[in-house]
Design a protein around this ligand. Structure first.
Ligand SMILES: Nc1nc2c(ncn2[C@@H]2O[C@H](COP(=O)(O)OP(=O)(O)O[C@H]3O[C@H](CO)[C@@H](O)[C@H](O)[C@@H]3O)[C@@H](O)[C@H]2O)c(=O)[nH]1
Length: 372
């Protein structure tokens, strides 16, 4: 049996002021369709899992929005975390819950905030990954890199395993420094890790126990109590003490060194919707290269539909996110990002899109919680 898990908890700080702690990027319709990133992620898994075999792991602050956006998902399949403890705890919790139903089930974990253009090719790739997982590997999907991105994991592709398209991974290197990332890309031997994982839950949980024993123990105790009366009590006691680490640093790097990681190439039009510049590259432009991000129906608080929201004159390659209900007008500007929300306006050159994270950090340092 195949289970699909969507960890949905990151706050998407490089998409501030649109993405906020209370309404993070996975709940927004950012990619030119009425579907939010979460709804699109859920929808593309239909060929692989059923609602009964799909889980979303999310924070208590987002559980109601997730249920509203995914009305077909059984409520008991929304695994609610009291606080964010990063992706290893989120994905590990789902693995532990699934293992109590079926200890040798194969599960896939799919980041909630990505764009996939060719869903049939995605489904085919996943079928190959499932074969690799059945053979005992922790499977990743490898994307051909286009530039030395430091926000991704890198997979050093090793020997073929004999299963069609499946290779061993000689090294899993998460978020390398820029010079290292350059070396990887120049070598032609590395792929980007797509942030999707497929494995047998027993293989993953054994590896979690080996590398993160206390996290493993806590998650197994929480999963044991999950559908019982003790659930809340056990969760309140154990969750705050769980190791806070990503699955990439917490398990995958070490599993790579142990020769347990495999990969299949993913040629399905993959994008990580990380910042406003990238978003501008992904969406359709007008003849001057301008992009208006239409937040569509998947957005829960879509302002006044029908009213013109953006007017541009002699402007080129400007990305506008109108999200306040008022008109955004721009004259004679180039290569700019303008994000207008009711309580915060961001204006930033496209080549500084990564620095939005620093701005959010400084807001945090000032204690401006209401703006985050
Ligand atoms: N429920 C829950 N989900 C979480 C939490 N933290 C992160 N997530 C979810 O976990 C997924 C991965 O997010 P990040 O941990 O922010 O990953 P990343 O920095 O983007 O890096 C990952 O993805 C890259 C590709 O986009 C990979 O290249 C990289 O190796 C890694 O797997 C997203 O769906 C995010 O919502 C948490 O505390 N709780």
């Amino acid at each position: 049996m195949f289970y699909a898990v969507i960890p949905a908890g990151g706050s998407g700080t490089r998409l501030w002021p649109l993405s906020r702690a209370g309404h993070p990027k996975f709940l927004h319709a950012l990619t030119g369709t009425p579907l939010s990133l979460l709804q699109a992620t859920y929808g593309r898994l239909e060929g692989l899992a059923t609602p009964a075999t799909t889980f979303v792991v999310t924070g208590v602050a987002h559980a109601a929005a997730v249920a509203r956006q995914l009305p077909g998902l059984p409520e008991r399949n929304i695994l609610v975390e009291p606080t964010p403890r990063d992706s290893c705890a989120a994905i590990g919790l789902a693995a532990a819950v699934i293992s109590r139903r079926d200890p040798r089930a194969v599960m896939g974990a799919f980041a909630a905030d990505q764009l996939v253009r060719d869903v049939p090719a995605f489904t085919e790739t996943l079928r190959r990954a499932i074969q690799g997982a059945e053979d005992g590997l922790l499977m990743t999907i490898g994307i051909t890199p286009t530039h030395p991105e430091t926000g991704y994991g890198y997979l050093h592709v090793g020997e073929p395993t004999g299963t069609v398209d499946v290779c061993k991974v000689a090294e899993f290197a998460e978020k390398p420094a820029l010079d290292v990332a350059r070396r990887y890309v120049d070598s032609g031997e590395y792929l980007w890790n797509a942030g999707m994982f497929v494995w047998r839950v027993d293989v993953f949980l054994d590896e979690l126990a080996r590398q993160q024993p206390s996290l493993h123990e806590g998650l197994m105790r929480i999963a044991e109590a999950w559908h019982t009366r003790e659930h809340e009590e056990v969760l309140a006691e154990l969750w705050p003490g769980l190791t806070k680490i990503s699955v990439d640093f917490g398990v995958m790097e070490g599993a790579g060194r142990a020769g347990l990681v495999g990969t299949v190439p993913g040629n399905f039009g993959w994008n990580d919707v990380g910042d406003f510049h990238t978003l501008g590259e992904l969406l359709e432009t007008d003849t001057a290269g301008n992009v208006v991000v239409d937040l569509g129906l998947g957005n829960l608080d879509n302002p006044s539909p029908g009213k013109p929201t953006v007017l541009m004159q002699d402007a080129e390659r400007v990305v506008v996110v109108p999200h306040s209900g008022r008109l955004v007008a721009a004259i004679g500007v180039n290569d700019l990002i303008i994000v207008d929300t009711p309580d915060a306006l961001l204006v930033c050159p496209r080549n500084k899109a990564q620095d939005v994270k620093k701005l959010v950090d400084s807001l945090k340092a000032r204690g401006s919680i209401e703006l985050l």
